[in-house]
Design a protein around this ligand. Structure first.
Ligand SMILES: Cc1cc2nc3c(=O)[nH]c(=O)nc-3n(C[C@H](O)[C@H](O)[C@H](O)COP(=O)(O)OP(=O)(O)OC[C@H]3O[C@@H](n4cnc5c(N)ncnc54)[C@H](O)[C@@H]3O)c2cc1C
Length: 434
């Protein structure tokens, strides 16, 4: 009886909270002026509802009352972020890689070279993994339209592997010819997150036709990646990602003075439905000190297990591989296949003399894995990812021109240390307490 009475009182209090929240939401909604406020309302609603559920679970008014502050507001428990063991002595290696950027976007046309039909599939900038399934789908349709069923794929990075797998699914017998195989390809040195418009082209070249193609590639890839969730080895997963700043958003806005051409920003315009709503955490509501956090979700690729899975599937489907280096397109003449997909990435610059490919240098500092950390961070131009095959710390610089036209492959230890120390700064000192 006592328990039932407690439950009834808890239910009554929770309905009161829901009614209150209804009035609160209605009042704010009628004054809605800015997009950002919509997020605030949603957060408010989510917190109220979760607080109500928690009160019911505690089974009494006592528990419910204790979650109110002196002013009567419902107080959510602070967001607890497991500290990242960011320290320079835990760096296991520093890798450098070149993004194959083309101002006009990836090359996907087909050309006849001697007796071979060559379908190009290269030049995806910082979006190669993200767009791989969609882009390779386009290339495979063109290759299969030739009527040939023995098809060669040149290259074994993100684009070569996905082209090969999609060709097999379309009924072709496939041989991959490549100078290097994973993990010794550039694709293996990527950050490993869903960034489908990262340095994909310049804004001035994002024509309506290109936007349509990009959207098709992005949506196709996104859907295909969902098939890799929940598999052993966690090849693909979603993580929470926190944008961290020392000042509130309003104080961060700066005038744009850069006169260089802008990179295309396509996600918000073309695939807003694939982006999660941001949630804000003010100082005091989390364990990263007096900072402002914004949480979104991010799809992450654990590239070691993901690449092994793709290689395994290719082999299991009867795929063959040959180590081969081509110095000119004329070298393709020695292949037995008449139809080829060219997925040589930045290698196409030398192979095809394609000067439109611009190198964009990127460096990762890899750290000892820390399985209990399952969220990413972005702070002061540095990105942190909790990849299961090794933590990733990366200096992203001020803008997308960071590393532009730089093909130096030498690791920069100073840059790696700075990236790790920037993230370490979030977890040390007085500012890190909640
Ligand atoms: C630091 C960094 C972080 C990145 N992070 C991300 C990310 O998070 N998400 C994302 O989507 N993208 C990311 N990218 C971009 C992504 O890595 C590239 O777009 C992608 O790897 C390109 O893949 P690819 O298959 O075209 O080229 P590659 O991986 O370079 O593969 C090319 C293949 O062709 C072969 N080859 C080349 N030339 C020849 C030749 N002459 N003869 C024979 N074989 C040849 C190579 O051996 C290799 O097998 C990142 C890039 C960098 C540098």
């Amino acid at each position: 009886m006592v328990a039932e009475a407690k439950l009834a009182r808890a239910r009554a209090s929770s309905f009161a909270i829901l009614r209150l929240s209804g009035v609160f939401l209605f009042t704010i909604r009628s004054n809605l002026k800015f997009e950002g406020m919509r997020d605030a309302i949603l957060i408010g609603r989510r917190r109220l509802l979760s607080g109500t559920g928690a009160a019911l679970l505690l089974g009494g008014l006592e528990g419910c009352a204790s979650s109110f502050s002196a002013k009567g507001n419902l107080k959510a428990a602070p967001l607890q972020l497991v500290p990242v063991r960011a320290s320079t002595d835990r760096i296991t290696r520093i890798t450098v890689c070149t993004r194959p950027f083309r101002a006009q976007g990836p090359r996907l046309d087909a050309e006849q070279i001697g007796s071979k039909l060559v379908v190009h599939n290269y030049g995806h900038g910082g979006s190669g993994w993200s767009l791989s399934w969609g882009s390779s789908g386009v290339a495979v349709r063109k290759a299969m339209a030739s009527g040939e069923r023995d098809i060669a794929v040149i290259g074994c990075g993100a684009l070569g592997l996905t082209s090969a797998l999609l060709l097999q699914r379309a009924g072709a017998r496939v041989t991959i010819y490549a100078k290097d195989l994973p993990p010794n390809v550039r694709s293996s040195l990527a950050s490993g997150v869903w960034t489908p418009d990262s340095r994909i082209c310049l804004e001035e070249n994002a024509t309506p036709a290109f936007k349509q193609l990009w959207e098709q590639m992005a949506r196709n890839s996104y859907q295909t990646y969902q098939n890799f969730l929940g598999l052993s080895g966690t090849p693909v997963e979603f993580i929470d990602n926190y944008f961290v700043a020392d000042e509130p958003a309003a104080a961060r806005r700066r005038a744009v003075t850069d006169s260089r051409p802008r990179f295309a920003d396509l996600q918000r315009e073309l695939i807003p439905d694939l982006l999660t709503q941001g949630e804000d955490f003010a100082p005091g509501s989390h364990t990263l000190g007096q900072r402002y956090l914004r949480r979104t979700s991010l799809m992450m690729f654990n590239l070691t297990s993901y690449t092994r899975l793709l290689l395994g599937d290719f082999g299991a489907n009867g795929g063959k591989m040959e180590i081969a280096e081509f110095h000119t397109p004329g070298d393709f003449a020695r292949l037995r296949e008449k139809t080829l997909i060219n997925a040589t990435g930045y290698g196409a610059r030398a192979l095809f003399g394609d000067e439109s490919l611009t190198p964009v240098r990127g460096q990762l500092a890899r750290g000892i894995p820390q399985p209990e950390v399952n969220y990413g961070l972005y702070y002061k131009g540095v990105s942190f990812l909790p990849r299961r095959d090794g933590l990733v710390f990366q200096a992203l610089g001020e803008d997308d021109y960071y590393g532009f036209n730089d093909d130096t492959a030498l690791p920069d230890r100073g840059e790696a240390d700075r990236a790790v120390n920037t993230i370490a700064g979030l977890f040390s000192g007085p500012a890190s307490s909640g």
